[in-house]
Design a protein around this ligand. Structure first.
Ligand code: NAP
Length: 322
């Protein structure tokens, strides 16, 4: 990296919620933030709304629900000549009320396409850029969630079902119409989200196994806490959106602000205590002042090495990397 150049981080879905606050935090810590977003005007306005100064960030177009868009983003990023020192895979969609699946432009169920397949391609392509980073320890961070981890209470909730990739027969069958779920079973929109987030953690661990020793890149995931105010819940019942933050603040005590969640993501990018590769970090389900991070135990499925390898091979084939 040229001496006067700041380290560069790409953050997907930085136009709202946790990603926006992570962008704000990293810009404040002296990083140059590339906000990789599908709505560039919204992202630009969002950056200004949290006080990001001109010169600390750039907005670039990325639609994770289009594999062509992912490839196009990577080409344009390379053309700007910046090093890549960290990648944060944060963007996600959640459609809890859908009865029939929506599809990405490539024909895949939309939540798995956006949250997993788009990021899977992005990580694989940008790995080559990160290998050239002059930082001693470049980092790749992928957002997880409690509802995708049955080792925790939040991951056991059977509504509509816990995460379960089964034998991945849906992916093996090509994951296009009429297939709707990774396990090849009946479409359940909320489960599709949980499955996609389980894929995020399986991918992080497989990246760690394949590439940490040879590249020195730190691969990690986190559950940032229950950030009940974000637009992630925009497709839920309006009443749910009103009650959920109140419930989390006053009943479970699990509520975390978007700012705190963004700071946590930024910590995984910059702080020495998060330098362990292959780790999944959490601050727990009850949020107390000054709460310390700890390594959260993951479910048997998330740590299943043969399932991770199968998911990797099938995902590579679906995104055209095989
Ligand atoms: P959010 O405010 O809805 O942010 C999601 C971001 O993803 C938005 O910037 C959105 O862009 C972007 N996005 C959606 N589809 C995209 C696409 N096709 N291409 C590019 N970007 C796309 O939700 P959030 O709560 O901050 O979620 C951020 C991450 O935190 C997710 O990975 C989520 O799973 C994780 N997480 C959240 C919670 C929580 O309680 N909120 C808990 C655990 C984990 P637009 O602005 O254009 O819609």
């Amino acid at each position: 990296m040229p001496q006067n150049q700041k380290p560069t981080v790409v953050i997907t879905g930085a136009s709202s919620g946790v990603g926006l606050q992570a962008a704000r935090a990293l810009a404040q810590r002296g990083w140059y933030v590339v906000m990789a977003c599908r709505d560039m005007t919204k992202a630009e306005n969002a950056a200004q709304s949290v006080g990001m100064s001109l010169g600390t960030y750039a907005v670039m177009h990325l639609d994770l629900a289009s594999l062509d868009s992912v490839r196009d983003f990577v080409s344009k990023f390379r053309a700007n000549g910046r090093s890549l020192d960290a990648l944060v895979c944060n963007a996600a969609v959640y459609f809890p009320l859908l009865k029939e699946p929506q599809r990405s432009v490539d024909g895949y169920e939309l939540s798995v396409a956006t949250n997993h397949l788009g990021h899977f391609l992005l990580c694989n392509l940008m790995l080559e850029d990160m290998k050239k980073s002059s930082l001693k320890e470049p980092r790749m961070v992928i957002l997880g969630t409690v509802t995708a981890n049955p080792k925790e209470l939040g991951g056991k909730i059977p509504i509509p079902a816990p995460p379960d990739l089964g034998d991945l027969s849906g992916m093996e069958a090509g994951f296009k119409e009429p297939v709707t779920m990774i396990d090849g079973k009946q479409f359940k929109s909320g489960k599709a989200y949980k499955d996609s987030k389980l894929c995020n953690v399986l991918t992080m661990l497989e990246l760690h196994r394949r590439y940490h020793d040879s590249t020195g890149i730190t691969f990690s995931s986190l559950y940032p806490g229950c950030v009940a105010t974000t637009a992630l819940f925009r497709n839920h019942f309006p009443l749910f959106r009103t009650i959920f933050p109140i419930f989390q603040k006053n009943i479970t005590g699990g509520f975390v602000s978007e700012e705190v969640a963004g700071d946590r993501v930024a910590d995984l990018v910059t702080e020495p205590e998060f330098s362990k590769s292959g780790a999944y970090w959490s601050w727990g389900n009850r949020q107390k002042e000054g709460r310390q991070a700890f390594e959260q135990e993951l479910s048997d499925e998330a740590t299943d090495v043969s399932k991770a390898k199968k998911l990797w091979d099938l995902s590579a084939s679906l995104v055209g990397l095989a």
